[in-house]
Design a protein around this ligand. Structure first.
Ligand code: IPE
Ligand code: IPE
Ligand code: MG
Length: 241
């Protein structure tokens, strides 16, 4: 937990609006996705400078597989290329890289690039990373809850009495986000005000922040403004203060 409670420990961003950004410029949608990589770089820097410990980014949802093949393959190539280009600098900065989602749907090449990037950015024994950067890829909240339920059922199939006694925290351990604190702040760009099947379980008490800027236009200053707004929120968790 961050010692300054006004600074969120975990900031999560639903990066939205790349297609609209490209359209405004009379370009193909993929041009907007490529431009969005610059915003990722800016947010990684802003998060590290602000003392945020976890930055997670919703890059591709399970539903996004239903987009035209050309866009899906363009996004997967961009992901591969970005991992290859950015890992050395993330490693140098002390940023730990992690990808979460239904990775079985990815190509073996992308899966192995991800494993290599995760291993390369693993901090040395006993060292804490400056920042943990999590990319949610082929992820959806309902998928995560379902895979967790299946894993739990399998583990306790021989001991239903024990399963009966489990609580909310016990379920947490089966989610792909196990070990990562729930997001304190969830930012969505492009003015949309919906969760779009993102971290359904984990965002139960997250503060939401919607900003009109389209993702490729979202920079360090936008990130700081979101943190400033978060600092003014009164988190009550259902209690009376
Ligand atoms: C977000 O931008 C990136 C992904 C969902 C992959 P969009 O591609 O959703 O852009 P808009 O919302 O159509 O403008
Ligand atoms: C949410 O954006 C998914 C990601 C940002 C990866 P979408 O553009 O897919 O969401 P909807 O369709 O507007 O709800
Ligand atoms: Mg969108």
């Amino acid at each position: 937990m961050n010692s300054n409670s006004n600074i969120p420990t975990h900031v999560s961003i639903i990066m939205d609006g790349n297609g609209r950004w490209a359209k405004q410029k009379g370009k193909e949608r993929i041009y907007g996705h490529a431009a969005g990589v610059e915003s990722v770089r800016a947010c990684v820097e802003a998060a590290a400078e602000s003392g945020v410990e976890y930055l997670s980014l919703f890059a591709f949802s399970e539903e996004n597989w239903g987009r035209p093949d050309s866009e899906v393959s363009g996004l997967m190539s961009l992901m591969m290329q970005t991992i290859q280009n950015e890992i050395p600098s993330l490693k140098e900065k002390g940023v730990k890289f992690k990808v979460l989602g239904n990775l079985e749907r990815l190509s073996p090449e992308l899966r192995s690039a991800i494993s290599k990037a995760e291993a390369d950015t693993e901090p040395a024994e006993g060292m804490a990373p400056l920042l943990t950067l999590i990319i949610f890829l082929s992820y959806s909240g309902k998928w995560d809850i379902l895979q967790a339920a299946k894993k739990m059922a399998l583990e306790y199939s021989g001991n239903l009495q024990k399963m009966e006694s489990l609580g909310v925290d016990d379920f947490d351990r089966f989610l792909v986000t196990h070990g990562i604190p729930d997001p304190d702040l969830v930012i969505r760009t492009s003015g949309e005000k919906r969760i779009s099947n993102y971290l359904l379980w984990q965002s139960a008490y997250s503060e939401f922040y919607s900003v009109d800027a389209l993702w490729p236009d979202f920079g360090k200053e936008n990130f700081r403004l979101a943190l400033e707004e978060y600092g003014k929120r009164d988190r009550r968790y259902g209690k009376v203060k």
